[in-house]
Write a protein that binds this ligand. Structure first.
Ligand code: ATP
Ligand code: MG
Ligand code: MG
Length: 415
């Protein structure tokens, strides 16, 4: 059916679920990531050395490897935003591929969380207040100790404006809260700056958002700019890592769900290129919704769509980047939840605890309405996303009671 080959930068769990969706549509995928055993490569066999193109062993931030992948495929996309966006623009300009989705300029904008905020604020979208910390352009800050001193000074000054605690964030390379530092007082400014890059990385600060809940909306965008939101969901984070997701979002004020979708669609409409985007938001006690951040790719909060929506986020991503008709984003079950299976310990430190990591997956096999996804990751670290379980049911109560069975299994294993 489909003659065009898709190249993906990154071959982790998101790439793996993308490959599953692409395979059902006879779409061939080539992957760029380090090693032969990356989660997405494991399930995407390419026949023999005679095959005219292969997966590529290398970093998605390596310009040469990106060019090598581009020379083998027709359309490029990403499963992670921390890629070399400049090289993506070059391979597009050099016509090595027909398209890059989303646009390299969109990826570049979003991968710098500070520039992302500046962009969203300029479009009038609601955000927690934010300010640059120290030098705005780190490429011009040649002296790291000077930059560090300026950042420490700025954190103290911003504390006078925002109050404490405030959230200090790395502008780039952030994931699972790893670029965040909660600064509780001006005394902590130096340790916070040291923890987030010590004058070598650009930082910004956000006013603390005492949110009631966290909300996320997946949005699929066609190359012509049509946007379609999935239902808003509630996301629950533990230690800044997404832990559980409940779909759809239920609040006393049913208007919140529709408002969240509307804000997410408005935000995604401001970017260029096709694909799915994940929009993370804070629901404030007064009912206001503030955008936290946007991911230019399939997202953890959208895993539930594989079992619970008419068209999964992964399939809609395939369709969007190839210009195929977008699929319905409606729920096909009344209620769903997703729980991440997170590494319980580092493999080299506590192999016994690591052995218990997959217990919820094992427990879920006996629970009706559940689907277990294990990612095949070879190494385990504490908090690393090793798999997830989706639970569907005829009501929220049924989904919650099924979720309890899975969580109790994990609790028993870790006692
Ligand atoms: P992801 O893995 O989603 O890419 P990330 O590392 O980019 O995460 P953020 O999404 O910025 O980090 O923050 C992680 C979590 O920290 C949020 O989901 C939220 O729970 C908390 N958080 C972030 N910003 C604030 C804020 N301004 N006020 C209060 N809590 C916050
Ligand atoms: Mg992020
Ligand atoms: Mg986030």
């Amino acid at each position: 059916m489909e003659q065009r080959v898709v190249g993906v930068l990154g071959a982790g769990q998101l790439g793996r679920m993308f490959v599953e969706a692409a395979a059902r549509l006879n779409v061939q995928v080539r992957l760029l990531d380090v090693g032969d055993t990356a989660p997405a490569k494991q399930i995407n066999y390419l026949p023999g050395p005679d095959c005219k193109s292969q997966h590529i062993d290398g970093s998605f931030a390596d310009p040469e490897k990106i060019r090598e992948l581009a020379s083998q495929v027709d359309v490029l996309t990403i499963e992670i935003e921390h890629v070399d966006a400049t090289q993506l623009q070059k391979v597009l300009d050099d016509k090595l591929v027909d398209a890059v989705h989303p646009l390299p300029s969109t990826i570049a904008l979003i991968q710098d969380k500070y520039l992302q905020k500046v962009h969203l604020a300029a479009k009038g979208l609601p955000l927690a207040e934010y300010l640059a910390v120290g030098p705005e352009d780190m490429s011009k800050a040649t002296d790291a100790s000077q930059a560090r001193a300026a950042q420490i000074e700025a954190v103290s000054e911003i504390g006078k404006v925002f109050g404490f605690p405030l959230m200090l964030k790395s502008r780039t390379q952030a994931y699972d809260g790893k670029g965040n530092y909660v600064v509780k007082s001006a005394d902590q400014a130096a340790e916070a700056v040291a923890a987030l890059g010590d004058g070598k990385r650009g930082l910004y600060a956000e006013k603390w958002a005492p949110f009631e809940r966290e909300v996320a909306v997946m949005v699929v965008r066609s190359a012509t700019g049509e946007v379609r939101a999935y239902p808003a969901v509630e996301t629950v984070h533990k230690n800044s890592i997404c832990h559980t997701v409940f779909a759809p979002l239920r609040t006393a004020d049913p208007g919140v769900e529709a408002r969240a979708r509307q804000i997410a669609e408005q935000a995604v409409a401001t970017f260029g290129g096709a694909g799915v985007f994940g929009v993370e938001m804070f629901l404030m006690p007064n009912g206001e919704l503030l955008i936290n951040e946007i991911a230019p790719r399939p997202h953890n909060s959208g895993h539930y769509t594989i079992e619970a929506a008419d068209t999964s986020q992964y399939e809609n991503h395939v369709r969007a980047i190839l210009g195929l008709p977008l699929g319905s984003t409606a729920l096909k079950v009344p209620s769903a939840a997703m729980i991440n299976i997170l590494g319980l310990a580092d493999l080299d430190k506590d192999p016994e605890a690591v052995a218990k990591t997959l217990v919820p997956g094992v427990v879920s096999l006996d629970v009706p309405g559940t689907t277990c996804h294990l990612y095949g990751k070879t190494g385990c670290r504490k908090g690393r996303k090793m798999g997830h379980i989706t639970i569907v049911g005829q009501s929220d109560a049924e989904v919650r009671s099924r979720l309890r069975v899975v969580e109790e299994g994990l609790d028993r294993a870790t006692q």
